[in-house]
Structure formats: structure tokens, C-alpha cells
Write a protein that binds this ligand. Structure first.
Ligand SMILES: *Cc1c(COP(=O)(O)O)cnc(C)c1O
Length: 371
């Protein structure tokens, strides 16, 4: 017999559609590339991409080749960008699966050009420029040489020009405008070198929802599609959480004041206490850092996690909810009735961001799709 998972994740596809439509309103006529890297931030890339293709996503973005193949197998036909480029040995697959690498390496450009020449096609690439993120991409001062070399590679098609913002989540930080100014200067050089890129793009979710870059015609939202807030100044946006993490109470017990709870007795009850044991732990992607500081939803109420989070168990103080029973639903992330545990609020408790929470919980647990 199949066993039922102790923890499961409900993915609300209607909320995903809603968030995509909201992105469309802010994009104001520009196209959208839906970022579905890291298995759609733990939400399941195939279902997310199928749903968003139905809503009109023009392109998709993944990190690696291995993430693109399942999308093609599932019938996703739109262009797919490889954010992390292509490693030596993967080039054949890029052509076979009709993928579009972000280009930040001339060696790759030459290898792809050779393969494309043999195949009698033009291989699309998006030129990645580092305008201030300080991560990957050609530096602006390298551009003249890069463009000169690309002009000789006649089987590559420079279909896009891309950069990425370092501080867009800080709504008022002027550095994003500096990066945009640098990006425009780079674009001018690209055009003067004789290229006419179809796509020009800079914005992640934070920029899509807070800035206007008139020269860009494509935005690349990720986190906001999944209902995550792109930064602290974005709480007013009508973004709906897509991921809801559920388990249920396995045991309830009454203990006296002064009882040590869980490994290390890092919590001692200060009053007669009713403890609920829930079979979720760090093996399920629920971080051990939630020890003594996490919160869960039971019957629509926020209840505190007490003691150390174990590999497979978390303890919750339910003294203030006398009606609680074994089998009651416990929500670790997302909505329960009118109550909501937002990813960004939870993440802040343990010094991380909702992106990491979604990836961690999403990759460890079975998903059920709704809507
Ligand atoms: C992850 C990523 C995005 C999406 O960013 P969000 O903050 O999730 O909207 C966009 N562009 C690039 C290059 C990325 O790596």
C-alpha cells in the first residue's frame, strides 16, 4: 500500500495565475519571461511552466540545462533561457533542445557557432553584461572586443542583451538607475556594432514592481510569481502565496511546569503545558534554526514552536488552544483560513529570505496541485 506523506505541499495554481496577471499589469505591454529555475523555487517547474504558458509567458528562465529538458519533454515550446550558461560537453543538447544560453564566455560562443554552422542553423544567445551586480557577465570595458569577436561568428544570433540588478529590492536605492545608465551605454555599443537584439531585459520582480526602464521590452519575474515579496518595501502588492505546507498533529500531551522539551532541553515549560508533536523536521526542509522561534498555524491561530526542531519532529505549545485534537492540520507556511504565515516573515526569523524557504520546503516534500 502507498503510504501517505507526513508533510505535503499544496500548490495553488489559481494564485500563480493571479500573480502572473498582476505582473502583466505592471509590465504594461512588455513581455514576461517567467523564471522557473530551482524547480520553480520549489513549486514544481513543469506544472508552473505549463500554467504560465497558458497565461501568455513568452519565455522561460532556468539555471541549468538539466532543468530545461523536463520542460521540453512536457511540451513547453517557448524559448528557454539558461541563466548559468552552458558547461563544456553540454553544447549538443543546447541545439537539440533549442535552448538559449546567456552568453558570458567567448569560448562557448565559438563552440556553439561551430555546431550551429554544422547543423545549418543560427543559434540564439543573450549577451550577459555585468553592469554592477559583480557576479557573471562581460564587464562593459570588455564589450568592444566581445562584439568584434561575435561579429565574426555568423551562426550565432544575438537575440537578447541582459543585465541583472544588485540592489533592486531596496526600492529607493539609486544604484539601479546607475546600472540602467550603464546598460543603456552598452546597448548603444551593441547597436552600433550592427546587432539588433529582439529582447532587452534588466528587471527582476523587485524592479518590475518599482521601476520603469523604457529601453527594456522584457521583464524576468521569479519570486513574485510565487507570491513572495521581492523586498521589504513591497508589502502592499496584492501577491498571493502559492505554496502551503501542511502536516498534522501526531501526539498531544500535558506536561507540568518545569519540563524540559526536546534535544538539549533548550526550552523548559514555564507553566502546565499542552504540547503537540508534529512529524516535520529538518529532513523535510524545515530548518533547525526554527528551534524556539518558529510559528505554525493550527485552527487558524499562530502557535509557537518550542524546543529544538529535530530531524523528523517539531513541538508546538498549544496550551492556549484547548480544542486542539490529534490529527488537526498544522500549516508551516502559507494560508490556513484567514491566517497567513508569509514566507518573508518566517524567513526573517531565521535570517534568510523566502526564496530559500520555498526551495528548501518545496524540494523535500510531495506536492499536490490545486486549481
Ligand atoms: C533569479 C533571477 C531572476 C528572478 O529574480 P526574482 O527576484 O526572483 O524576481 C531574474 N533574473 C536573473 C538573472 C535571475 O538569476
Amino acid at each position: 500500500m502507498d503510504s501517505l506523506p507526513a508533510t505535503r505541499i499544496e500548490i495553488d495554481l489559481d494564485a500563480l495565475r493571479h500573480n502572473f496577471r498582476l505582473a502583466g499589469e505592471y509590465a504594461a505591454g512588455r513581455d514576461l519571461l517567467a523564471v522557473v529555475k530551482a524547480d520553480a523555487y520549489g513549486h514544481g517547474a513543469v506544472r508552473a511552466a505549463q500554467t504560465l504558458a497558458g497565461e501568455g509567458a513568452e519565455l522561460f528562465g532556468v539555471a541549468h540545462l538539466g532543468e530545461a529538458a523536463p520542460l521540453r519533454q512536457a511540451g513547453i515550446d517557448r524559448p528557454i533561457l539558461l541563466f548559468c550558461g552552458v558547461r563544456p560537453g553540454e553544447e549538443d543538447q543546447v541545439l537539440k533542445l533549442r535552448l538559449t544560453p546567456m552568453l558570458f564566455d567567448l569560448g562557448l560562443a565559438e563552440r556553439l557557432d561551430g555546431l550551429a554552422a554544422n547543423a545549418g542553423i543560427r543559434q540564439p544567445v543573450h549577451l550577459k553584461i555585468d553592469t554592477g551586480m559583480g557576479r557573471v557577465g562581460f564587464r562593459p570595458e570588455e564589450l568592444p572586443e566581445v562584439l568584434e569577436r561575435l561579429r565574426q561568428l555568423s551562426h550565432l544570433e544575438l537575440e537578447g542583451v541582459v543585465s541583472h540588478l544588485a540592489l533592486a529590492d531596496e526600492r529607493d536605492n539609486p544604484f539601479s538607475e546607475e546600472q540602467y545608465a550603464c546598460f543603456r551605454a552598452c546597448l548603444r555599443q551593441v547597436r552600433e556594432a550592427g546587432f539588433s537584439p529582439r529582447w532587452v531585459h534588466l528587471s527582476n520582480s523587485a524592479a518590475l514592481y518599482s521601476r520603469d526602464f523604457p529601453e527594456c521590452n522584457l521583464s524576468r519575474p521569479g519570486i513574485s510569481l510565487y507570491g513572495g515579496l521581492p523586498g521589504p518595501g513591497f508589502a502592499d502588492l496584492d501577491l498571493r502565496p502559492v505554496m502551503h505546507v501542511r502536516s498534522s498533529i501526531a501526539q498531544l500531551k500535558q506536561v507540568p511546569a518545569g519540563t524540559g522539551v526536546s534535544y538539549g532541553h533548550r526550552f523548559t515549560t514555564g507553566r502546565p503545558t499542552r504540547l503537540a508533536a508534529v512529524p516535520v523536521g529538518y529532513a523535510d526542509g524545515y530548518s533547525r534554526r526554527f528551534s524556539n522561534c518558529g510559528e505554525v498555524l493550527i485552527r487558524g491561530c499562530r502557535m509557537p514552536v518550542v524546543g529544538t526542531v529535530c530531524m523528523n519532529w517539531t513541538l508546538v505549545d498549544v496550551t492556549d488552544l484547548p480544542e486542539v485534537a490529534v490529527g488537526d492540520r498544522v500549516t508551516f507556511l502559507g494560508r490556513d483560513g484567514d491566517a497567513l504565515l508569509r514566507g518573508s516573515d518566517l524567513a526573517a526569523k531565521i535570517g534568510t529570505i523566502d526564496y530559500e524557504l520555498y526551495c528548501s520546503l518545496g524540494s523535500h516534500n510531495e506536492r499536490v496541485y490545486e486549481g
